[in-house]
Unconditional design. Structure first.
Length: 185
């Protein structure tokens, strides 16, 4: 699979719209098989990328508002845990509601900055692999299963997969920026 260009940092009041547009651009025209393959490779890509960054710098950020690699890992772990529920709901209880969460409040309230980054990495790998295994088992009809998100509206299983393919790329690029800042300090 050809690597995609590094995502640019997204910020500002229209963040949700920017994220959705970036995701759609990344996976536009992809087949189900390509989306599933990219999604399933997520844990391997994460693990390979983390090997590029010395663990001693995982808590580094030049600016307080920029997440460290440790914080990003815990965000990804919580996102994957939420995705675990959302995917299963889309498969087993189509059309039901899923919960939103405020990533900034989770980061602060759950003290991501003090948490064990290796534990987060291991959790991401376990959950992503379980999520990919589920997606490989479901048929085309189920692939169109949907859930209702209070902020984003009705979301298909296919959409959630595409969004999370992009989401991982977005945060791998963010980790790369933290590493570049650390090296250039």
């Amino acid at each position: 699979m050809k690597p995609s260009p590094a995502p640019v940092p997204l910020r500002g009041p229209k963040l949700l719209e920017q994220e959705l547009a970036a995701m759609k651009e990344k996976v536009h025209g992809w087949t189900r098989a390509k989306k599933l393959a990219a999604f399933a490779q997520g844990s391997k890509r994460l693990t390979a990328n983390l090997k590029k960054f010395p663990q001693g710098m995982w808590r580094y950020s030049r600016q307080k508002e920029n997440w460290t690699i440790t914080q990003v890992l815990w965000h990804l772990a919580d996102q994957e845990a939420n995705l675990y529920v959302r995917l299963r709901r889309a498969v087993a209880e189509r059309g039901k509601a899923v919960s939103p969460y405020d990533q900034e409040k989770w980061c602060q309230g759950l003290l991501y900055s003090k948490a064990n980054a290796v534990q987060a990495r291991d959790l991401i790998v376990l959950l992503r692999d379980a999520n990919a295994d589920l997606l490989k088992r479901v048929g085309a009809k189920v692939w169109r299963g949907k859930v209702k998100h209070p902020e984003w509206g009705t979301l298909s299983l296919e959409y959630l997969v595409g969004l999370n393919v992009w989401h991982l790329d977005h945060h791998l690029a963010q980790m790369g920026r933290r590493y570049a800042e650390w090296k250039g300090r």
